[in-house]
Design a protein around this ligand. Structure first.
Ligand SMILES: C[S@@+](CC[C@H](N)C(=O)[O-])C[C@H]1O[C@@H](n2cnc3c(N)ncnc32)[C@H](O)[C@@H]1O
Length: 288
């Protein structure tokens, strides 16, 4: 079992990297952490979260970085959620859910933001990181659920979330799965979204450079084989990601505008996505 939590993998950093000013402000002003103790706080949370899930985003402290607020579409999301034009944001595979709290800090009502993840321990680590277990309780704002569970009594349906969401955030999520499972996850995303044009899916994930060859990529490290099953991440390039959404459209009878941008992996993502052709893919997908 200890091998599962092996700290000698490249994506386990011993020291906390410098915290960006926006995350620092979130930890100090939203969570109430003393500015002088931010590094120690992040390190403590990481050590606990690593024992829940030794993921690259935990080991390399990516959970202490904000993604959504760097998107050009972010001000529109905030404005729509603040004005009531949109009533619900859901982050899927949210892990510790740092971007959810940034939305609240930026004025979105906390009743409009929700997150879901397979692992309740990560959701609890997020509550401890941001000190808001009372404001965002499990089972009310944060749901521990298998996103791929489509049984009638799955957690998200029982919480009456189907067909209620205006914008879904999926960062570092779809790439966790092989290609057939990504299609299932996308279809599940659609059942959570409202049906009107304009609903959105936004996010960022690991991929490969255009033309480098989208591929099943073996999951590295101790998570590469779970219960004897070899796991793969399907890494898209821009074109195969659009093709995935074409297929989603065909099988669901819907149409989607898919904007996807590739970017070199210059940040700590390189500790895991370390091949020359690896890229980040950022996307904004809007229902037509
Ligand atoms: C790479 S982490 C990204 C976490 C977060 N989105 C972030 O960017 O910091 C992927 C997350 O997806 C979650 N996940 C994986 N499979 C899942 C499933 N079947 N249902 C729900 N969440 C899942 C993991 O528990 C993990 O927290």
């Amino acid at each position: 079992m200890e091998a599962f939590f092996d700290q000698s993998v490249p994506w386990y950093l011993v020291d906390v990297p410098p915290t960006g000013p926006v995350m620092q402000k979130l930890l100090v002003d939203y969570a109430g952490i003393d500015g002088a103790n931010v590094d120690e706080h992040i390190a403590n949370i990481r050590d606990k979260a690593w024992r829940v899930a030794p993921f690259p985003c935990v080991g390399s402290f990516l959970f202490a970085e904000l993604v959504l607020s760097t998107f050009p579409v972010y001000p529109k999301l905030v404005a729509n959620l603040k004005s009531g034009a949109w009533s619900r944001y859901l982050e899927v595979g949210c892990g510790l859910g740092q971007d959810i709290r940034k939305l609240i800090q930026d004025g979105v009502p906390k009743t409009s933001v929700m997150g879901t993840d397979l692992l309740p321990g990560l959701l609890k680590s997020g509550q401890e990181l941001l000190q808001d277990a009372d404001a965002l309780p499990l089972g009310q704002s944060l749901f521990a659920a298998d996103f791929l569970d489509t049984s009638n009594d799955n957690v998200l349906s029982k919480a009456s979330l189907d067909g209620t969401v205006d914008v879904i955030h999926a960062t570092m999520f779809l790439h966790c799965f092989d290609r057939p499972t990504q299609l299932l996850a996308c279809k599940r995303i659609l059942t959570l979204l409202k049906t009107n044009p304009g609903v959105m899916i936004v996010g960022k994930q690991g991929g490969v450079a255009k033309g480098a060859g989208a591929r099943e990529h073996p999951v590295k490290g101790p998570m590469g084989q779970v219960d004897g099953v070899v796991r793969t991440n399907f890494l898209h390039d821009v074109d195969s990601f659009k093709a995935l959404w074409d297929e989603v459209g065909q099988v669901t009878g819907t149409r989607w505008d898919v904007q996807v941008r590739e970017e070199e992996v210059m940040d700590r993502g390189y500790l895991y996505f370390d091949e020359e052709e690896h890229r980040w893919l950022s996307f904004v997908i809007t229902k037509l």
